[in-house]
Design a protein around this ligand. Structure first.
Ligand code: MG
Ligand code: ZN
Length: 218
């Protein structure tokens, strides 16, 4: 029987992630890892984000999915360069997959590289992809207990985006509870409230990301 320790795999991943980070830096690309549950609205968030960015930075997307290219096609429709990674069943992206995807992009022309991770709040937390920033998306329809139930991914994110706020009136989602839980776990994290489908609150997110890209030399 062969036993491979998960710790070893993660260590190897971390090393590759550092190489990715160095490559992003060399090319002046600011990389953002977008995580969140299936159906939380990651792709809708990106569609709205690119509308709000309105060409202020040169974007590209790496789309991670277990199967299909539905999300990549949505991004392509906006005229944003996109590479699809199909993970063949794997429930998260790892640094090697991102390295491979980079070969399909003109990295030196990209200022903002968005990596949409596989929908998953659990193991995405453990895999550094080499990103500069991790954004976790939590939709109102998922419920306000998710930070308490899946702390690792929230603790390791630099920003929380609460989406689908247009559903707040029809739900018992307690925004204060979520903000309080996030502040306890990640006091430095930015917190945004948006309805991406209706382009509400997205300018604040876009402005913040433009700042980050510019500070990165993009
Ligand atoms: Mg998606
Ligand atoms: Zn996984």
């Amino acid at each position: 029987m062969k036993i491979v320790a998960a710790k070893k795999i993660l260590r190897a991943n971390d090393q590759l992630a550092e190489e990715n980070r160095a490559r992003f830096k060399e090319n002046g690309a600011f990389a953002v890892n977008i995580v969140g549950s299936p159906g939380c609205g990651k792709t809708t968030f990106l569609e709205s984000l690119f509308r709000s960015l309105d060409g202020r930075v040169a974007p590209a997307v790496i789309e991670g999915d277990i199967a299909s290219s539905i999300d990549a096609e949505r991004i392509e429709k906006q005229g944003v360069p996109v590479v699809q990674i199909n993970t063949d069943g794997a429930c998260h992206l790892d640094a090697t997959m991102v390295t491979a995807a980079m070969d399909g992009l003109e990295l030196d022309k990209i200022e903002l590289l968005v990596i949409e991770n596989v929908g998953n709040l659990v193991c995405t937390a453990g895999f550094d992809l080499g990103e500069n920033l991790r954004i976790v998306i939590l939709s109102v329809s998922e419920g306000d207990d998710k930070i308490a139930k899946y702390p690792a991914i929230f603790q390791r994110s630099h920003a929380l985006v609460i989406t689908k706020t247009d559903f707040l009136a029809q739900s018992n989602f307690n925004v204060e509870r979520v903000v309080g839980d996030m502040r306890r776990l990640a006091p430095e994290a930015e917190i945004f409230q948006v309805s991406a489908l209706h382009d509400q609150g997205m300018d604040t997110v876009a402005d913040w990301l433009v700042e980050k890209c510019k500070a990165n030399g993009g």
